[in-house]
Design a protein around this ligand. Structure first.
Ligand code: AHM
Ligand code: MG
Length: 336
């Protein structure tokens, strides 16, 4: 029988790649993995228990209704980070402000900042479609003992020390990078462990899938409209027409495209001039993972990882996926 490597074993083994590591990042990743298992348990029984629906009149700062599971996931991850002791500041898509954890005793010497989207694609929960968690980890810039400031939690994506996502799908997977490739782990429910199932993931340089909410077509910039028409044209040399696949859960759309090759696009629109997706919680971590898998991530005019953030909840347009396909989209944007 093939032996399994668990996420915990893999993290410890990889710690040797960082000779001065004291195990803090490993513990932080382990804490996130544990919270993910708890969230997974609740997501899986969402249809069975009375946990769906909106929480009273609770809305997040974007005016969107928060589903009960969003709140649950948010609480789980924040509490895992708080009691894990390795995170000094957490910024969550579901919280108006970032939360300092250094006052919580155990975290007072913590060196890491975490940005998290606890339950991405939450509009899909009620219809039993995959949702996900996305996280991003930075090292604090200020010294331990100093007050935390924007330099700590508004760092560009290139400064990420790790990033990952969990997809709660037909099976639950955790995919992460620490800047040395991307590895995927599938949750084995019989032993309650994430086990290495997708070592050294690579996104194909070109694929057949384009993922975009075409309902917004009339509001798209000219270059994007022309790219969509290009995808739909017949051309045997380039394997077109491409296939349109859009779940509406970024994690699920990105995960499929990572495995099969494809491009995911959430552009700016006439009504959302910066697009919809958040730089710190969604685009930076996904861009880091996709680049580490050999792909590309751009806003249309700039590499996502090079953006200097100006606020935690900042939105940016996103074109992410197989390198050749992202380049083709960029060609259409420049020519328009
Ligand atoms: P959320 O974080 O509020 O769930 O929103 C983000 C989600 C992404 O997962 C997905 O790609 C996108 O919103 C879908 O938006 P739209 O319905 O506009 O296509
Ligand atoms: Mg989200």
């Amino acid at each position: 029988m093939k032996s399994l490597k668990t996420l915990g074993q893999f993290i410890i083994e990889k710690q040797a790649d960082f000779p001065y590591a004291k195990g803090e990042l490993s513990r932080l990743l382990r804490d996130i993995g544990i919270a993910a298992k708890i969230v997974n348990r609740e997501v899986n029984k969402a249809g069975l228990v009375d946990i769906l629906g909106t929480v009273g009149d609770s809305t997040n700062i974007f005016g969107e209704n928060q589903k009960k599971l969003d709140v649950f996931a948010d609480e789980q991850f924040i509490s895992a980070l708080k009691y894990g002791g390795e995170c000094c500041f957490v910024a969550s898509e579901e919280q108006d402000e970032g939360i300092e954890l250094i006052d919580s005793g155990i975290s007072k010497d913590a060196k890491y900042i975490v940005c998290i989207d606890p339950l991405d694609g939450s509009s899909n929960i009620e219809v039993n479609v995959s949702v996900g968690t996305i996280f991003s980890i930075y090292r604090r810039v200020t010294d331990v003992g100093e007050a935390l400031c924007e330099r700590d939690y508004l760092q560009d994506g290139l400064k990420q020390v790790a990033a990952g996502y969990i997809i709660y799908g037909s099976s639950t997977m955790l995919v992460y990078t620490t800047g040395k490739g991307v590895n995927g782990f599938t949750l084995d429910p019989s032993i309650g462990e994430f086990c290495l199932s997708h070592p050294d993931m690579k996104i194909p340089a070109v694929g057949k899938i384009y993922s975009i909410n075409e309902g917004n077509y009339s509001k798209f910039p000219q270059g994007i409209k022309r790219y969509i028409k290009y995808c739909q044209e017949e051309d045997s040399g380039t394997n077109r027409p491409y296939t349109s696949r859009y779940i509406g859960s970024m994690v699920a759309d990105i995960h499929r495209n990572l495995l099969l090759g494809g491009v995911f696009i959430y552009p700016q629109t006439a009504s959302q001039p910066q697009g919809k997706l958040r730089l710190m919680y969604e685009c930076n971590p996904i861009a880091f993972i996709i680049e580490q898998a050999g792909g590309k991530a751009s806003t249309g005019t700039q590499r996502i990882l090079e953006i200097e953030p100006i606020e935690l909840h900042q939105r940016v347009p996103a074109i992410i996926g197989s390198t050749e396909m992202v380049d083709r989209v960029l060609d259409f944007i420049t020519q328009s």
